[in-house]
Write a protein that binds this ligand. Structure first.
Ligand SMILES: [Zn+2]
Length: 493
């Protein structure tokens, strides 16, 4: 999965036609967990995210808002930058497709493919959906409407430039078949293989009916198709072709994307790279959608769950934990504020927060604030100790196959075992009976479990891990208020 000791991970770049919604937050958090985990394993990581700012849709939204497309894109992109900061996303760079560094590379690659003869000029007639920025055949539509947007498509005839995708069809299929890891999960891989049984149509990679885009290097009357432009961010953001960073990190280890853009990343992008003589990425990992009340997020419902507001209201780590725990990676999941509150109160306040707080209290009460040194050969009989001792290995195993929810479940097994140990041991009795050695073993195990939990939640909940370290200073603890205050839940549905 890695290029020697280096690891390059990308999210898809976001289309800033509106404010970020919970789906954008979800993708960034997954990528961040992977990036932090790889750094923990001493990989040198390059983590890229950004915004895809061209296209007719942005041009139209900007016009409606009485702004220039660039002003509009600047304003919206600001919100995506805020999102990264509020979610504590550790991206190393943020690429914007309106930056010169990107425009230059997009034109260079377009020209390279054109000079090679893989882009040619032709006339195109077809139905066009502005929201998809795509052409459709009549059979792709229902009652003249785009299937994705349910909106009327326009009939368009234009002279344009076409990318000879058909030339690469067999090569792409061979590559996918020869590389099990190229598309994850397997169901998505099978989906692409099956679609590749049908002949590939060449792709119209230029537009002349609007101007908000990167001009073609060879024909200034047209702009580069927004997808051809956007995909190139993965190499322009790393500094293609000559930067030290590009040479160190390309090919990317993981492109993390949503299932709606599977085709662009596993067929169109490889075809562009092949035509431009650039190595293919190692894998495309596909996550599911987050639904609200069982339905896909739309423009109107998306704004009701603003991830920036949620993180401010409930805490960044609580939101990160919820999304990674509640949803099985690769599948669709549901978001509701009620479910978030339940997780915070049970898993975070009751289980983890309580474990840390009660242990600190007992260290203060029974051992004057420092964890005792102990001598015993009986630790292996204590379930909480055994779970904690094997925790890093168990969690690594789950994360390496993207079972994030399972990884967190393993961590919570150790937390729950430690909380159960308190009930079983009844330390208050040991104290009364003066059984100080037994009490010492007990406190040692509790602290040990917390330390292993801290080590393993670090990539999921980095701020919480830091707070735990601050309270468990070597030698002397520094008890603070509980990590997760309970949320009043009497208003839950
Ligand atoms: Zn559409």
């Amino acid at each position: 999965m890695e290029k020697e000791n280096r690891f390059y991970i990308t999210t898809a770049i976001d289309y800033p036609s509106g404010k970020p919604h919970i789906g954008h937050a979800y993708e960034k958090i997954i990528a961040d967990v992977i990036a932090r985990w790889q750094r923990k394993r001493s990989r040198e990581v390059f983590f890229l995210t950004g915004t895809d700012e061209h296209g007719q849709k942005i041009e139209r939204y900007a016009a409606n808002a009485d702004k220039s497309p660039q002003e509009f894109a600047n304003e919206m992109t600001e919100k995506f930058l805020d999102l990264c900061q509020v979610l504590n996303v550790s991206n190393d760079d943020f690429i914007r497709t309106t930056q010169k560094r990107h425009i230059d590379v997009a034109q260079t690659i377009f020209k390279k493919v054109f000079d090679k003869g893989d882009i040619y000029k032709d006339t195109y007639k077809g139905f066009y959906c502005v929201d998809c920025e795509s052409f459709y055949l009549e059979r792709d539509l229902t009652d003249g409407n785009c299937l994705v947007h349910g909106k009327k498509v326009d009939w368009m005839e234009e002279e344009g430039y076409f990318f000879r995708m058909s030339k690469y069809q067999q090569k792409i299929l061979d590559h996918i078949k020869a590389n099990d890891d190229f598309i994850w999960p397997e169901s998505r891989r099978n989906e692409v293989i099956s679609r590749l049984q049908e002949p590939l149509r060449d792709l119209n990679v230029s537009r002349s009916n609007f101007t908000w885009g990167i001009p073609l290097p060879n024909d200034k009357g047209q702009v580069i198709y927004v997808w051809f432009d956007a995909l190139i961010n993965y190499v322009s953001g790393a500094g293609y072709p000559d930067s030290e960073r590009f040479k160190r990190f390309w090919p990317a280890a993981v492109h993390l994307v949503g299932k709606d853009i599977l085709w662009f990343h596993t067929v169109v992008w490889p075809a562009i790279l092949m035509a431009a003589d650039i190595e293919l990425p190692q894998s495309v990992c596909v996550h599911g959608f987050i639904n609200l009340k069982g339905e896909k997020i739309s423009k109107s419902t998306g704004s009701m769950v603003d991830p920036i507001e949620l993180a401010k209201k409930y805490g960044t780590d609580s939101l990160r934990y919820f999304l990674m725990r509640e949803i099985s990676f690769g599948e669709d999941g549901n978001f509701s504020e009620d479910a978030l509150i339940r997780r915070i109160n049970s898993d975070l306040a009751n289980d983890l927060g309580n474990l840390v707080h009660r242990t600190l209290t007992m260290i203060e009460k029974y051992f004057q604030g420092s964890v005792p040194e102990i001598k015993t050969d009986k630790l292996k009989c204590i379930k909480a100790y055994v779970l904690a001792a094997g925790l890093t290995e168990a969690v690594d195993k789950e994360i390496s196959v993207y079972n994030f929810s399972q990884a967190l479940a393993k961590i919570w097994e150790a937390i729950n075992a430690a909380n159960k140990l308190v009930e079983e041991t009844k330390p208050w009795n040991l104290s009364k009976e003066g059984k100080i050695d037994e009490l010492g073993v007990f406190i040692f195990v509790m602290s040990y479990v917390i330390d292993k939990v801290r080590e393993n939640i670090d990539c999921f909940m980095p701020q919480t891990a830091v707070k735990i370290v601050q309270q468990f200073q070597p030698g002397k603890i520094k008890k603070d208020k509980p990590l997760f205050p309970r949320i009043q839940d009497d208003k839950l549905n």
